[in-house]
Design a protein around this ligand. Structure first.
Ligand code: PBG
Length: 324
């Protein structure tokens, strides 16, 4: 019953292409962008080769360049200069969204990360109580919904809450509907784990928890790596609350979760190849231990094999070159 000769099917590149079950395609990749207030020149991000903390000016040039490289989809992170505790000003990020949409219109799809970690003095993803030992859910969700509304009004095609508070999807859908923003998508980071792989990002987004607090990490709101059932329950809830796209994050360490959830919950699934995963490949390649291009393509293939419909990756803008 088994073919007695499995190598026959592997014997030439033409045959291997004919029999491929997964084909990589740049139109399935989403490029993250960081835009930072108050810097004069754009800055490199350690570990994330080819990715920058852009100024508003360099952001537009970068996106123009990315479009030439076949990238059409972006995930924007705005990093404002002023940090707060309870009140936040979303205008810097909103202005960058408006500038992108004014310049590029419907040539690009702009998703915007919705979180407070780049806005708070302490770096947590929500608002702390006075004794600074708890992230308050209701107050945080109210602020997140305001942020999402500001971004949607500025022209974001999609808002992507990454904070992991309870019921933020319902609150965001409600405020968008009240404001007749019925076409704005919500991509929920529904299965976002409390991961050690976010290191390079926290430099990029200026968002590591810092200062004198009793809660030093994000364990009280992000999902425990050992609890895939929590990821399932959070994702079902976010679907019921009105999310259009769900997400698993990080990628490679959670392929089992991606495979399981994407087969059980019939919404389009994104996966986020996070900063630490991407940087691991780049740093190994720098040491001459692996071929970066090959390892990146292999990782993306694994995501699509496991059921992803789209991949958020720092390498989207290099994909065309790597796939040649
Ligand atoms: C903000 C946020 C994080 C990432 C995306 N949105 C960091 C975190 O939760 O600490 C991580 C992205 C990456 O590592 O590439 N909440």
């Amino acid at each position: 019953m088994y073919p007695e000769n499995n190598r026959r099917i592997r014997s030439s590149p033409i045959l291997r292409n004919l029999t491929k079950e997964v084909t990589l395609d740049t139109s399935k990749l989403i490029q993250p962008l960081f835009v930072v207030e108050g810097i004069q020149n754009r800055e490199i991000i350690p570990g994330l080769t080819g990715v920058y903390r852009d100024t508003p000016e360099t952001l537009l040039k970068q996106v123009e360049h990315d479009i030439e490289k076949g990238v059409k989809s972006f995930l924007l992170f705005g990093v404002p200069l002023a940090k707060g505790d309870k009140e936040f000003d979303y205008s810097f990020t909103s202005n960058q969204i408006a500038a992108l949409k004014k310049r590029f219109g419907s040539d690009i799809f702009v998703a915007v990360d919705v979180c407070l970690c780049s806005y708070t003095t302490h770096g947590h993803c929500g608002i702390l109580n006075d004794s600074m030992d708890h992230v308050m859910n209701h107050e945080s969700v109210t602020a997140l919904a305001d942020a999402a509304l500001a971004y949607a009004k500025a022209g974001a095609d999609c808002v992507a809450p990454s904070d992991m508070m309870d019921h933020r999807i319902a609150a965001i859908r409600e405020i968008l509907d009240e404001n007749k923003l019925h076409q704005t998508l919500i991509m929920s980071y529904s299965a976002k784990f409390h991961s050690g792989f976010y290191g390079p990002f926290r430099v990029a987004a200026d968002s590591a928890p810092k200062g004198e607090m009793k809660i030093k990490d994000r364990g009280t709101y992000q999902i425990d790596p050992a609890n895939p059932s929590d990821a399932y329950l959070s994702s079902v809830r976010d679907m019921e609350e009105g999310a259009d796209i769900l997400m698993v994050k990080p990628g490679l360490p959670y392929l089992d979760v991606l495979k399981e959830l994407s087969s059980q919950i019939p919404l389009p699934w994104a996966v986020y190849e996070v900063s630490g995963e991407f940087a691991a490949i780049e740093l190994m390649a720098e040491k001459g231990l692996i071929d970066a291009k090959r390892a990146h393509l292999e990782s993306w293939t694994a995501f699509f094999r496991a059921g992803a419909k789209m991949v958020i990756t720092y390498g989207a803008r290099s994909a065309q070159e790597w796939m040649k």
